[in-house]
Design a protein around this ligand. Structure first.
Ligand code: ASC
Length: 152
């Protein structure tokens, strides 16, 4: 075969790709309580990071560009994580049953949060407090919109 080296390389790439799948799989939970704890913890840590930035935007805390950037980046990563913890049969905590009755709407609310937090992270990366001030309200509104409907 003229291209055996290419074939072997491709085969290795395929094996590597397939064996990488389990590592990328979503976390699973032994019990509903584990899922509830997981989503509460990730949302809590997200909120702590968001609040640090929001306090700078409102003037409650002194502006530190580096802290704002790392905190906003962390919040933007963390807000992607809790949603897998709202799987079938994990009703409980402060989560309202509506989450499981209208999964599409809940997912849309989650995505809105992710998008708004990404804007805060992008703003914080510029180091410009005014950019953060402009972005923070949209993120807060996304948090509130979801809580109003889906959290006790
Ligand atoms: C927070 C927090 C929320 C949002 C929301 C904004 O810091 O915990 O849920 O901001 O209150 O309206």
């Amino acid at each position: 075969m003229p291209c055996s080296r290419t074939v072997v390389t491709a085969a290795f790439a395929l094996v590597a790709a397939l064996s990488a799948v389990p590592a990328l799989a979503q976390p699973t939970f032994a019990t509903p309580q584990d899922a509830i704890k997981y989503r509460q913890q990730t949302l809590k840590e997200m909120q702590q990071n968001f609040k640090r930035v929001a306090d700078m935007a409102s003037g409650r805390a002194d502006f530190d560009a580096k802290v704002a950037e790392t905190s906003a980046a962390r919040a933007a990563e963390l807000i992607k994580m809790p949603w897998v913890g709202f799987g079938p049969g994990t009703e409980g905590g402060k989560a309202k049953p509506a989450i499981w009755k209208e999964q599409d709407k809940f997912k849309a609310a989650a995505v809105r949060g992710e998008e708004e937090m990404a804007k805060v992270a992008a703003a914080a990366k510029t180091g410009d407090l005014n950019a953060i001030k402009a972005a923070i309200g949209g993120a807060g509104a996304a948090c509130k919109a979801c809580h109003d409907v889906y959290r006790e």
